[in-house]
Design a protein around this ligand. Structure first.
Ligand code: DGT
Ligand code: MG
Length: 360
């Protein structure tokens, strides 16, 4: 038994954007449990609860050593009663009973399977479950009408639920660069999302496209998509696309955004027993004008929680509004221009955190 005096105590900021969170997680037993409950809450449209679990998980990710005793958590922010109960359960019993029962529940399993289809969100999945559809077999035989994206998602279900590797992300990057070069010379492509943060795998590959001359980027997305679609006969081609969701209540998505599915030819070594020589990969393309590029890079690099915390910091601590387009200072009543992420952190009065340390 370890005495209280011997356990390491932690001092951690309550804002994830003030913490350096690498991929080196010393408490994955705890963060896995909390993340699963966050995911379950999100799948059930319980956003507040989802954020609370995400913040608790992110805090545990930032701790420099493994937690072995509840007493080490005293005074730490972001840990609500419910999260503490889950952590205690894992520390004492190796697993959380709530997590285990969630994983076994018919509803959670069905939500996971159905939202695993490209183009299917929590709302659609919930409606199908209420109609007795719990898996892909039942969906296929249900006579439900699927939109184009969902049909494609169902067709490529296994591919799209297999993690994308960094090598595949790089290969996709070359295709996107080629497409962009072909339709508008001088255009630039930046890798964003998890791969920019140094993750070795991802659920998709995220790219941001811009042009150094303001205004040239207008109308670029449809041209890029048309070029990709015209490559049907090449080894690597384009399978499907879906516009960004219309979200009138939010100004988050004023960029031209395109969720797509690419057909990527496998390298010899990756050819599987199925003898399929290609696989489907999800790709998220976003176009931004150069004047907003730094804000877009920051906003699309993630993690999602890191982004949320940056906006919370800006609003609550600085009286500023941060988006993927701009930073507005409510006190001075003006937009603050920036050409780099470093400048944006400086405006916010935050120490610069590089992408590899934004894995909150
Ligand atoms: P992944 O793909 O699961 O390995 O992980 P990430 O971190 O790449 O996550 P992803 O691809 O869902 O999103 C990439 C980043 O883009 C994310 O960390 C935050 C940002 N992001 C995601 N969705 C939206 C959105 O609807 N609007 C804005 N402005 N940003 C978003
Ligand atoms: Mg991603």
């Amino acid at each position: 038994q370890i005495s209280e005096a011997e356990v390491a105590l932690f001092s951690v900021s309550s804002y994830a954007c003030q913490r350096r969170t690498t991929l080196d997680n010393h408490n994955s037993n705890l963060t896995d449990a909390l993340s699963l409950l966050a995911e379950n809450a999100e799948l059930n449209n319980e956003d507040g609860r989802g954020v609370a679990f995400r913040r608790a998980a992110a805090l545990m990710k930032a701790l420099p050593t493994q937690v072995i005793s509840m007493s080490q958590l005293r005074g730490l922010p972001c840990l609500g009663e419910h999260s503490l109960r889950v952590i205690k359960d894992v520390l004492e019993n190796g697993v959380s009973s709530e997590v285990e029962s969630t994983k076994q529940s018919k509803r959670y399993k069905a939500l996971k399977i159905l939202t695993g289809i490209f183009g299917v969100g929590a709302k659609t999945a919930d409606r199908w479950i209420r109609e007795g559809i719990y898996n892909l077999e039942q969906l296929r035989h249900s006579g439900q009408t699927l939109n184009r994206a969902q049909k494609s998602g169902l067709e490529h279900y296994d591919d799209l639920n297999e993690p994308v590797t960094k090598a595949e992300a790089d290969a996709i990057g070359e295709i996107v660069q080629k497409a962009v070069d072909s339709v508008l010379t001088g255009s630039q492509v930046a890798l964003t999302g998890g791969f920019r943060r140094g993750k070795l795998t991802g659920h998709d590959v995220d790219f941001l496209i811009t042009h150094p001359e303001e205004g040239k980027e207008v109308g670029l997305m449809p041209k890029v998509v048309a070029w990709l679609e015209s490559q049907k006969t090449t080894r690597n081609s384009y399978l499907e696309s879906k516009d960004g969701p219309a979200r009138p209540a939010s100004n988050m998505d004023r960029f031209e955004r395109c969720f797509s599915i690419f057909k990527l030819t496998k390298g010899k070594e990756q050819e599987t027993a199925s003898h399929k020589i290609w696989r489907a990969v999800r790709v998220d393309l976003v176009v931004s004008p150069i004047s907003q590029f730094a804000f877009a890079v920051l906003g699309w690099t993630g993690s999602k929680l890191f982004e949320r915390e940056l906006r919370r910091w800006a609003g609550h601590e600085k009286n500023m509004s941060l988006s993927s387009h701009a930073l507005f200072d409510n006190t001075q009543n003006k937009y603050l221009r920036a050409t780099s992420e470093e400048e944006i952190f400086a405006y916010l009065g935050l120490e610069y955190i590089p992408p590899s340390e934004r894995n909150a």
